[in-house]
Design a protein around this ligand. Structure first.
Ligand code: ZN
Length: 419
């Protein structure tokens, strides 16, 4: 017998804001008004429906659409069909979460508490749900890719970005979270159990594939990395034309560790001088690459004179190893200079993962869970006293979210039926 590979059913669920529940139940009895309301909402958020690839239906359902009713927890759900390609869309009203009995307002509070760093157990306790239900909700959100959600918000694919792997732990095992950040937005948050270049390439490759699907001509111009060997190698493999730089702030933090067995004021003075050197190199623009090479040589000589030849030699070798990455940062004005925003993202995630040790088990859906957390990171607005209070990361970076309500945005953006 021949087996035909079954195509996974396309998720064409769409979340529609009916403003309030009463409106929804009223509209259920009026097919024409229902369709009009759905179409008006889709038009208002500027999205299109994902028809079948062959469909040239103009991205809209017509009034002649076929419909059917299903029952979900006692609530009638409508399905609409495109008359051209016969794609079926399941219309979820805003007060229903896909496959979940949890109400969105409960989910909203629990997710906000999770995002704020409270453990799943505590979030669940204050919202009267089970920790597992919250975990599954985050995983469900994480089934939609970050690249899809961000491009739906009309953010351009990042031409320059930060890439670094965060070390974490799954019980006693070391794990790594390869991360791509552009400004205040996470474009990729992977999960791998080994630090090899192959594993990193595979994880970052998921981002590369998703991005190329959105735009086949997508090219990366510059990446600021942590200087970690596997990160650098994977970036070279996946984005061959990209310039790879290393973080200048990290260079500054590293210098004191290269200076051994000297009095602390001497070390402090050298660090300050190195800071001035990098700062001036950045100011010089056109001349700065040449100037940096010369100044690094002079600085290593200066270290040898003031802190001994052993320290001078160590610093010289370190410069040799790192300077290409620093040149790259200085040679391209658009290149990110420091990885501060990526470090902030990692610190925020670290707090959550630490608080979730109980769920951080080897058999869990780590990748989906982390992607869910990435969506929260990108879409939950900053709180009252923050620099960008009221805006989410996507908005700060110039993206557009469908509605002023972050929870509704999360529901709409992670649903499968919109384009
Ligand atoms: Zn169609």
């Amino acid at each position: 017998m021949r087996h035909t590979t079954k195509q996974p059913r396309a998720n064409r669920t769409i979340t529609i804001d009916f403003q309030n529940e009463a409106t929804y139940f009223q509209l259920l009895g009026d097919r024409k008004a229902f369709l009009e309301c759905v179409l008006a909402f889709i038009l208002s958020i500027g999205f299109q429906l994902t028809h079948k690839t062959t469909c040239r239906g103009g991205g809209c359902l017509t009034r002649h659409s076929h419909y059917a009713r299903l029952r979900l927890g006692g609530i009638t759900i409508w399905r609409l069909q495109c008359t051209m390609c016969h794609a079926v869309f399941t219309v979820l009203p805003h007060f229903i979460l896909r496959y979940r009995s949890m109400r969105p307002e409960v989910a909203r509070d629990a997710l906000l508490a999770t995002h704020g760093g409270l453990s799943l157990e505590w979030c669940a306790a204050i919202c009267h749900i089970s920790p597992m239900a919250l975990y599954r909700l985050i995983c469900a959100l994480g089934h939609q890719s970050v690249v899809t959600v961000l491009t739906r918000c009309r953010l351009p694919l990042p031409v320059y970005f930060l890439a670094a792997g965060k070390h974490s732990k799954c019980l006693a095992d070391k794990v790594y979270l390869p991360t791509i950040v552009r400004g205040r937005v996470l474009w990729h948050l992977g999960y791998i159990t080994e630090a090899s270049a192959v594993a990193f390439t595979q994880s970052y490759g998921e981002f590369q594939r998703a991005a190329s699907q959105q735009d086949p001509s997508y090219r990366v111009k510059g990446v600021l990395t942590d200087g970690f060997d596997s990160t650098t190698k994977s970036m070279r493999t996946l984005f061959p034309g990209a310039r790879l730089g290393t973080c200048l702030r990290h260079a500054l933090l590293k210098l004191p560790k290269k200076l051994v067995a000297i009095a602390s004021p001497v070390r402090q003075t050298l660090r300050t001088q190195f800071h001035t050197l990098l700062y001036r190199a950045r100011q010089r623009k056109g001349l700065r690459v040449f100037a940096l090479g010369q100044r690094l040589r002079h600085f290593a000589d200066h270290v040898a004179r003031t802190a001994g030849t052993a320290n001078g030699e160590r610093v010289r070798r370190w410069f040799q190893e790192k300077k290409a990455g620093w040149y790259t940062v200085l040679a391209d004005p658009q290149m990110p200079v420091t990885s501060t925003l990526l470090d902030q993202a990692h610190n925020a995630l670290e707090r959550k993962l630490f608080a979730m040790k109980g769920f951080h088990h080897p058999g869990g859906s780590q990748q989906a869970f982390l992607t869910g957390l990435a969506h929260l990171y990108n879409l939950v607005p900053y709180q009252r006293r923050a620099q960008h209070a009221g805006q989410c990361g996507v908005e700060v970076e110039g993206g557009r979210v469908p509605t002023p309500d972050w929870m509704l945005n999360l529901q709409i953006l992670t649903s499968g039926g919109f384009q």
